[in-house]
Design a protein around this ligand. Sequence first.
Ligand SMILES: CC(C)(COP(=O)(O)OP(=O)(O)OC[C@H]1O[C@@H](n2cnc3c(N)ncnc32)[C@H](O)[C@@H]1OP(=O)(O)O)[C@@H](O)C(=O)NCCC(=O)NCCS
Length: 197
Amino acid sequence: MLQTSRIRLVPLSDEHLKHEIELDSDPEVMRYLGNGCARTREEVEVLHRGRLATGSRVPGLGFWAGFVGGEFVGWWILQPPERADQGPVEGQAELGYRLLRRHWRKGLASEAARELIRYGFEDLGLTRIFAETMAVNAASRATMKAVGMHHVRTFHMQWEEPLAGSELGEVEYAITRRQWLAHRATEAPGTDIRQRN
Ligand SMILES: CC(C)(COP(=O)(O)OP(=O)(O)OC[C@H]1O[C@@H](n2cnc3c(N)ncnc32)[C@H](O)[C@@H]1OP(=O)(O)O)[C@@H](O)C(=O)NCCC(=O)NCCS
């Protein structure tokens, strides 16, 4: 269980299936995901089992359901790399997030992502956290940037059913433990100055 100032992050379990179904039933949420369409309950049930399995592949990694004041807002993921071009599993994790549309633009995705990055580096001892999205997914890219990740590469994948915009490729953003520590160090003097004033 992880906690930010507003969000309680709970490891994903069967009781969250109904929320995953609601999330994936919104075509706007799914615009840059899967085949770009809303998913059926049956499709989400299959994915849910895979998501739970992710949590058991590498200790400490997995999916978290996020709640604000007891209300489900979305889920976040820190998962081991799955493809060879993503680099070694050891020391690395991929960050992801998906929020209900009514909770977009409130700073929630970035708030919990910052906590997962802290957890990954500080508690799990990871050395690099990366994230991927379609180049045209402006909201996801802005969230990666907001949490201190940097654009690493733009690359192209073969898709069975390419989504609109996939001709512009996918992007990878990342932050290393060293960059995260340096970023934290630059925040500390600001705190001191405010205290002196
Ligand atoms: C991507 C997503 C999780 C962002 O959630 P969010 O809670 O709205 O993000 P935040 O409010 O924390 O915003 C983080 C930053 O992104 C910016 N941002 C958010 N949505 C944006 C958009 N549509 N266009 C441009 N910038 C955007 C915010 O202004 C903020 O930047 P700042 O900190 O510099 O002000 C949400 O849009 C979503 O669930 N999308 C559908 C699922 C999806 O595509 N997930 C990513 C798959 S890789």
